[in-house]
Design a protein around this ligand. Structure first.
Ligand code: FE2
Length: 424
C-alpha cells in the first residue's frame, strides 16, 4: 500500500494533472493517473502547484532573532552590523542561541523551507556558537537539513587564532569551509586567505562557501582568486562565492573575462537580495547603486546562481520571516528579471539551484527522490512569487510537517462574486 498519493498536481515545469505516489518516504511514481485505492493518505492538489521544498543556501543562524540586542544598528551599514555583532558576542549564551535558532527553524518549516546552509561564526575561541549550532543541527535533523559553514567573521588571518579556531570548528563536525577575504586587512591578505582556506578544504574533502567581495568596491576581486584556486586544487563543483556584490560595480570588460572563469571553475554564486539591496550603496549619494551581483549575466554564462535569505531580525537586517518567496520576489525586482523565463529562474534560485549549492541528495520531484515537497496556493512558480503563496501543506520524506489554512479574504460591500476573494 502507498503511504501517500497526491492527485491532480501541477509541477514547476508546467506539467499538469499529475499524481505523485510515495512509499517509505520516497517518490515511487509520477504519472497522469495512479490507482488511488491502496494509499493510506490521499491529497487532492486541485490543480495547484507541488514543488520541491525551499532551500536557503546562505543564512546566519547564530545571529537570527537577536534584533535590538544589545542595541539597534543605527547607520544600517554592514560594518556597523559587524561591530554590533562583536558587542553582542560576549553576552551570548548557548541556551539563548539554541532557543532562537529552534524558533527560526519552526518558522522555516511552516514556510516549506526544509534545508538551510548557515554560516556560524568561528572567531570566538570558546566556539560557543559552533557548539550551539551543532546541537541545533542534531535536534532539527528529523525535519530540516541544517548544513553549517565555519565562518571566520572577524577575518581568518586578521583575528588572533583565526585559522586554529576555524580548524577546530571543522574538527567538531562543521560541514563547509567559509571565509571573508574582503574583511582581511589588505587585498593581498584577502587573496592569501582564499588560498589558505581552499587548501584546508581540499585537504579535508570539504565544500567551500565564502563571503566574497561583499563590498561596493569594484577592485574587490577575490572571486577571481576563488575561481582560480578552485581550478588549481580540483575543487570544481564544490565551491561557492556568496554575495559577490562588488561585481555590480566592476568594469564591464573585466567582468567579460571574469564570468567565463567562474563558469569554467564550476563555482556557484549566491546573491542575497534582501540584504544586498539594503546594505550596498550606503556610501553613495545619488545615483545609488543597487549593489546586487550580476544575476542574469552569471546565469547566462552557465553559472549556478542561487538566492539566500542571509539575515532575519539580526544586527544587519530588522525584517524577514523565513519566506524564500519573499527572497525570490526581491531578487526578481532588483535584477529586473521580469521575463517569464527570468521569473521562473528566480523560483529555481530558491529551490533547485540552491539545492545544487548544498549538494542535497534526493532533492526533486523525480522517481527515487525524497518525498519532501509542498503544496502551494498558486498555480505556477510565477504566481507563487507574486502572491508569496501560502504553503498549504509541507511534507518531509512523505510525512506532513506543516499545514496552513488557505489565504482567503471574506469581502463585504464590494458586490463582486466570491471568486475574486482568492487575492489573485
Ligand atoms: Fe552572510
Amino acid at each position: 500500500m502507498l503511504d501517500l498519493l497526491l492527485t491532480n498536481a501541477t509541477l514547476p515545469d508546467g506539467r499538469t494533472g499529475l499524481s505523485i505516489a510515495v512509499q517509505n518516504g520516497r517518490i515511487v511514481e509520477v504519472a497522469p493517473h495512479i490507482d488511488a485505492t491502496p494509499a493510506q493518505q490521499i491529497v487532492d492538489a486541485a490543480g495547484l502547484l507541488i514543488a520541491p521544498h525551499f532551500v536557503d543556501p546562505h543564512f546566519h543562524m547564530d545571529a537570527t532573532l537577536s534584533y535590538g540586542l544589545p542595541r539597534v544598528n543605527a547607520s544600517g551599514t554592514l560594518l556597523e552590523g559587524i561591530a554590533l555583532w562583536g558587542e553582542l558576542k560576549p553576552q551570548l549564551t548557548g541556551d539563548a542561541l539554541i532557543e532562537r535558532a529552534l524558533t527560526y527553524c519552526d518558522w522555516a518549516v511552516g514556510k516549506g523551507l526544509l534545508a538551510i546552509r548557515a554560516h556560524v561564526d568561528t572567531s570566538d575561541p570558546s566556539l560557543l556558537a559552533v557548539d550551539a549550532m551543532l546541537d541545533v543541527q542534531r535536534r532539527v535533523a528529523p525535519y530540516l537539513d541544517l548544513q553549517l559553514v565555519a565562518f571566520p567573521q572577524d577575518g581568518v588571518l586578521r583575528s588572533p587564532g583565526g585559522v586554529e579556531n576555524l580548524k577546530r570548528a571543522l574538527d567538531k563536525g562543521v560541514d563547509v569551509v567559509g571565509g571573508i577575504p574582503h574583511f582581511e586587512r589588505t587585498m593581498s591578505e584577502g587573496a592569501a586567505s582564499v588560498k589558505l582556506l581552499c587548501e584546508i578544504a581540499a585537504e579535508r574533502g570539504k565544500l567551500v562557501d565564502m563571503h566574497c567581495d561583499e563590498s561596493d568596491d569594484p577592485m574587490s576581486r577575490h572571486i577571481e582568486t576563488l575561481a582560480f584556486e578552485t581550478q588549481r586544487l580540483g575543487l570544481q563543483g564544490r565551491v561557492t562565492g556568496s554575495h559577490c556584490t562588488s561585481m555590480h560595480s566592476m568594469d564591464n570588460y573585466y567582468v567579460s573575462k571574469l564570468l567565463p572563469l567562474i563558469a569554467e571553475s564550476g563555482v556557484s554564486v549566491i546573491a542575497n537580495p534582501l540584504i544586498n539591496i539594503t546594505l550596498q550603496g550606503r556610501n553613495d549619494s545619488y545615483p545609488k547603486r543597487r549593489g546586487m551581483t550580476r544575476v542574469p549575466e552569471l546565469m547566462a554564462a552557465g553559472v549556478n546562481v542561487a538566492f539566500g535569505h542571509d539575515c532575519v531580525m539580526d544586527p544587519w537586517y530588522s525584517l524577514g520571516s523565513a519566506d524564500m518567496l519573499e527572497v525570490a520576489h526581491m531578487g526578481l525586482h532588483v535584477a529586473q528579471m521580469t521575463s517569464q523565463n527570468g521569473m521562473r529562474r528566480c523560483f529555481d534560485a530558491v529551490t533547485t539551484h540552491a539545492a545544487k549549492v548544498m549538494h542535497l541528495e534526493g532533492y526533486g520531484l523525480e522517481v527515487g527522490c525524497d518525498a519532501s515537497f509542498m503544496l502551494l496556493q498558486a498555480r505556477d512558480p510565477i504566481e507563487a512569487i507574486r502572491l508569496r503563496a501560502t504553503r498549504l501543506k509541507v511534507f518531509r520524506r512523505g510525512k506532513l510537517v506543516a499545514d496552513t489554512t488557505p489565504a482567503v479574504a471574506t469581502l463585504s460591500l464590494t458586490g463582486r462574486p466570491k471568486s475574486t476573494s482568492w487575492m489573485r
